[in-house]
Design a protein around this ligand. Structure first.
Ligand code: CUA
Length: 398
C-alpha cells in the first residue's frame, strides 16, 4: 500500500475503520462458532465431556462446578469493567482526571477473600473425588494388568486363562459393562500414559511401579484411548480401545479366547506347527497364537511382561478392529500394507527391524494376511460391541 493510499484512507487516529470492525466481528463469530461446534461434539470418541463411566461422571461434576463458577466470575468481572468504563468515561471536553487512588483496604480484602472462597468451593469436592478414586481403585471385580510397550499395549487378565493362568491380549481391553474394573498399569521400558477420556482420567504408566485406575463402565460400546506421554518415535501411534460389552459377551469372548480352536486350516488337535503358513515361522520369534501350533513365543516372551522382545499376542486376531495399535483398520488390504513394510505404516516399530520392503514376497503376504484374518472362533467373533453401540446411538437420535 502506497503512502498516498494510506493518507487517504486511514481513519482518524484512535478510531478503527468500519471494515476493520466488521472483519473483527466476523472473526470473533467464527471463533465462537467453532468453540460451540466443539462443545456439541457428543459423538467425538476422545471427548471428555461425554462421560461413560462412574469415574468420568465424577470428573464431569467437578468440571461443571468449575465451569459455572468460572462463568459467574467472568460475567461479574466483565460487567464491572463495562460499568467502570461507562461510569468514569471522559465526557465532552473534560480535561480533569478523576481522583487518583492508591490502595484501598476494603477492596483488597474483598478481592483476596472472594477468590479464596471460590477456590475453597472447588478444592473440597476435588479432594473428596480424589479420595473416592483411590478408594475405587482398591477394589475391582475384574483386575486387568496393562503394560505399556514401545509402542503398543499388552493386556493381561490374571486368572482368566485355564488353570488360573493369565489371558494375554493386545491393544484391546475388553471389560463387562456395569462391573467394577481395576486396571493395574506398569511398563518395562519408558513412561507412558493411559487415557480413555470417556471412561477414566489420565494415568501414568511407569516402569517398576504399578498405578491403579478403578472405573465402572456403564454402556456397552467401543471407547478410544491413546498414550498421552511422549515415549519415543511411535508415541502418536500407540492407541487402544476399551470394549465394554454385556457380561455374556465378555464371558463368550473369554471362552473363545481360551477354548475354541481358531477356524484356520491348522490342525490344532495335533498341536502341530506345520499348519500355520511357513512364512509364519518368522513371526513366531515374537508373536504367539494360543491354541495353535504358534505358541512357542508364548512361554518366555509374551507371558513375561518384562521382556522387551515379544510382540502382541495374536490370538483371535481376526476379531480385532485394528492393527498396529489402532493405526489401521483390520482388513485384508491394510494387512497387506502392514506386512509389506510395517516401518512405512508406523515408523520405528520393532517389527520393522526384521520385516522390510521385500522381506516377504507377495505370495507370503497373501498367505499370512489370510491366516491372520482366519484367527477367529469357528462360530464367528463374539458380537461386535461397536455395532450394538451404533444401533443404540441411532435409536437415541431417532
Ligand atoms: Cu507410549 Cu507415548
Amino acid at each position: 500500500m502506497g503512502r498516498r493510499d494510506q493518507d487517504d484512507q486511514s481513519p482518524a487516529p484512535g478510531r478503527r475503520s468500519f471494515t476493520y470492525r466488521i472483519v473483527t466481528l466476523l472473526a470473533m463469530t467464527v471463533v465462537v462458532g467453532l468453540v460451540l461446534a466443539a462443545c456439541g461434539a457428543d459423538s467425538k470418541p476422545y471427548s471428555h465431556i461425554t462421560p461413560r463411566s462412574s469415574t468420568t461422571r465424577d470428573i464431569q461434576s467437578l468440571y461443571k462446578l468449575v465451569f459455572w463458577l468460572a462463568l459467574i466470575v467472568f460475567v461479574g468481572v466483565q460487567m464491572f469493567i463495562v460499568y467502570t468504563a461507562l461510569r468514569f468515561r471522559q465526557r465532552g471536553n473534560e480535561v480533569d482526571r478523576p481522583a487518583q487512588i492508591h490502595g484501598n483496604k476494603r477492596l483488597e480484602i474483598a478481592w483476596t477473600l472472594i477468590p479464596a472462597a471460590v477456590l475453597l468451593v472447588i478444592l473440597i469436592p476435588t479432594i473428596q473425588t480424589m479420595y473416592e478414586f483411590s478408594a475405587d481403585a482398591q477394589e475391582g471385580e475384574y483386575v486387568v494388568d496393562v503394560y505399556g510397550k514401545q509402542w503398543w499395549w499388552e493386556v493381561q487378565y490374571p486368572g482368566l486363562a485355564p488353570n488360573n493362568g493369565t489371558l494375554i491380549t493386545a491393544n484391546e481391553v475388553r471389560v463387562p459393562a456395569g462391573r467394577k474394573v481395576k486396571l493395574q498399569l506398569s511398563s518395562n521400558n519408558v513412561i507412558h500414559s493411559f487415557w480413555a477420556p470417556q471412561l477414566f482420567g489420565k494415568m501414568d504408566v511407569i516402569p517398576g511401579h504399578i498405578n491403579e485406575i478403578g472405573f465402572t463402565p456403564e454402556k456397552p460400546g467401543v471407547y478410544y484411548g491413546e498414550c498421552t506421554e511422549f515415549c519415543g518415535v511411535a508415541h502418536a501411534l500407540m492407541r487402544f480401545t476399551i470394549i465394554v460389552e454385556p457380561q455374556e459377551e465378555f464371558d463368550a469372548w473369554v471362552a473363545a479366547y481360551n477354548n475354541e480352536r481358531p477356524a484356520t486350516d491348522a490342525k490344532p488337535e495335533t498341536g502341530d506347527v506345520a499348519d500355520a503358513p511357513a512364512a509364519f515361522g518368522a513371526c513366531l520369534a515374537c508373536h504367539a497364537v494360543n491354541n495353535t501350533n504358534a505358541v512357542v513365543a508364548q512361554a518366555g516372551m509374551a507371558s513375561n511382561p518384562y521382556s522387551q522382545g515379544a510382540g502382541p499376542n495374536l490370538t483371535l486376531f481376526g476379531c480385532r478392529d485394528f492393527i498396529g495399535a489402532g493405526v489401521l483398520a483390520n482388513n485384508k488390504e491394510n494387512l497387506r500394507t502392514w506386512l509389506r513394510n510395517p516401518g512405512g505404516v508406523k515408523e520405528g516399530n520393532y517389527m520393522a527391524l526384521l520385516i522390510k520392503e521385500g522381506t516377504l514376497n507377495d505370495a507370503q503376504i497373501e498367505e499370512l494376511s489370510d491366516y491372520l484374518l482366519s484367527l477367529k472362533p469357528a462360530a464367528g467373533c463374539p458380537e461386535d460391541a461397536r455395532e450394538q453401540q451404533d444401533a443404540q446411538d441411532k435409536q437415541g437420535e431417532g
